[in-house]
Write a protein that binds this ligand. Structure first.
Ligand SMILES: Nc1ncnc2c1ncn2[C@@H]1O[C@H](COP(=O)(O)OP(=O)(O)OP(=O)(O)O)[C@@H](O)[C@H]1O
Ligand SMILES: C[C@@](O)(CCO)CC(=O)[O-]
Length: 453
């Protein structure tokens, strides 16, 4: 690849809704989450001119725009190697080993770099920029690829800080963009294995067959780096958010000592929800730490609550699997019996939603406003619960299989009267999606020159 050739591409990443298992997933219990049709989008363009090589980071959602000069970033790379756990040597590190980074030290160095930039910055901007710097430094330090002179712009349809995974979608979009740039720069011959590590680092032989999409192993890598970025906002995230934003669809997730156990449930096409925004800001890290301290103080009470949450998630996963199967055979108008079964299955999901909301309340992560929203749903025969870390943010209300127009209209009116914004969303759908327009152009040029010779 020629250095002066422009690379531009877009990445889109969905937000997420946790259906069951928020908080209990942190303690190794099962959780269920789905992607939503609201996205974060990243636009990456190389070769920005004016004022020397730099990376322009444009984040309109949090009103941040700054140019980082490449010479400053190069200094950071030269002065300091990425710190590894147990002071392991750098020959043990590659792009494939985000988990071997000493995160606290890494973050400390990124913070002092940010301080040296002398930027007036809010706490939300600080988290986003630290994620950018940490991912950038972590992902580029071991690879034999020059730093990109580029513009990175991230926009989003997701509300920020409300439990819809905006931070994860942001981190996953950055990790995907850095990986795409590295692939575009390094992989000249598709399908040929290529060493991408610099000398002095652990060998990482990379191979891909398609630069216009990410393969399973590449998605796994993106998800692991996304979780690395999430640590800045969340402390020690369970990994469910990065998994669902990366792979999309509906996933059953459980943490494990050797990586998470992730089962993808084929899109249960009849799942529709109404998202209701409390407009109450909350902080995921704080809520997770409140539950930890509650559990420390009352382990014998909290443990059974977490166990009950596990059973709720496992039972709901079985219901969703049955719904997916029904979906495969569904052929209206000849499916009366299937429709009856579907309504019954959705009825079970409603019961599980009610149980879980009570359990979350007992854990101390609900809020009067979230309960008011669930109460309004109940008054119209519908069922809702908080989603994500709780304490504010969003609740969701499950919509029945059909015939819910009157109820929907009534709850929407009540929510609007109480100034809670609502949005109807579809669950499931794709995870990270890549559109590389410069690649299509390159192929087009290649095709043209093939014809002319
Ligand atoms: N589009 C974006 N542009 C820049 N920064 C973003 C963007 N989306 C999220 N962020 C960063 O993520 C932070 C919000 O993270 P937080 O975990 O509190 O909320 P969330 O991800 O929306 O909710 P949850 O993690 O519970 O699903 C913001 O303060 C900002 O630093
Ligand atoms: C509250 C929590 O369970 C979900 C946040 O989206 C935290 C986590 O899983 O890391």
């Amino acid at each position: 690849m020629n250095n002066s050739q422009t690379i531009d591409f877009s990445i889109s990443v969905p937000g997420k809704v946790i259906l069951h298992g928020e908080h209990s997933v942190v303690y190794g219990k099962t959780a269920l989450a789905a992607s939503v049709n609201l996205k974060t989008r990243l636009k990456f363009t190389t070769n920005v001119e004016e004022g020397g090589p730099k990376i322009i980071l444009d984040l309109p959602c949090i009103e941040f725009n700054h140019s980082f000069h490449l010479k400053d970033l190069r200094e950071l790379f030269k002065k300091q190697e990425v710190p590894l756990l147990n002071d392991a040597p750098h020959r043990t590190f590659s792009l494939n080993s985000p988990d071997s980074i000493n995160f606290d030290k890494h973050l400390e160095i990124a913070k002092s770099f940010l301080l040296s930039q002398n930027l007036p910055i809010s706490s939300s901007q600080e988290s986003a920029v630290l994620s950018f710097l940490s991912l950038f430094w972590g992902m580029f330090s071991s690879v034999d690829v020059p730093l990109p002179n580029c513009l990175i712009k991230v926009t989003s349809e997701l509300d920020i800080g409300a439990g819809m995974g905006s931070s994860t979608a942001y981190n996953i979009s950055l990790a995907s963009a850095f990986l795409q740039y590295i692939r575009r720069y390094k992989l000249k011959q598709l399908s040929d294995p290529c060493e991408i590590s610099k000398q002095g680092y652990k060998s990482f032989v990379y191979c891909t067959t398609d630069l216009e999409k990410f393969e399973k192993e590449e998605l796994d890598l993106i998800s692991r780096w996304g979780r690395f970025g999430d640590k800045i906002m969340h402390g020690n995230p369970s990994g469910i958010d990065n998994a669902v934003c990366t792979y999309g669809s509906v996933i059953e997730f459980r943490k494990g000592t050797h990586g998470p156990d992730i089962k993808i449930i084929p899109d249960p096409r009849f799942l529709k929800i109404l998202l209701v925004n409390t407009k109450i800001p909350r902080n995921t890290r704080k809520l997770v730490s409140n539950v930890a301290s509650f559990k420390n103080r009352y382990s014998c009470i909290v443990e059974p609550i977490l166990l009950a949450m596990d059973s709720v998630a496992l039972t709901a996963a079985e219901v969703l699997r049955r719904m997916s199967q029904i979906g495969e055979n569904y052929d209206p108008p000849n499916s009366n019996a299937l429709e009856e079964t579907l309504s019954k299955e959705i009825g079970k999901l409603e019961e599980l939603i009610d149980v879980n909301q009570k359990l979350l309340e007992a854990l101390g992560v609900s809020h009067d406003t979230l309960e008011q929203i669930c109460h309004i749903a109940k008054s119209e025969g519908l069922h809702g619960k908080l989603t994500g870390a709780g304490g504010g943010g969003y609740a969701f209300v499950l919509l029945p299989f059909r015939g819910y127009d009157k109820q929907l209209c009534a709850v929407k009116m009540s929510y609007e009267k109480n100034h809670f914004p609502v949005q109807q969303v579809t669950l499931g759908g794709p995870g990270v999606t890549l559109i590389d327009s410069s690649l299509s152009r390159t192929y087009e040029q290649r095709r043209k020159s093939d014809f002319s010779t």
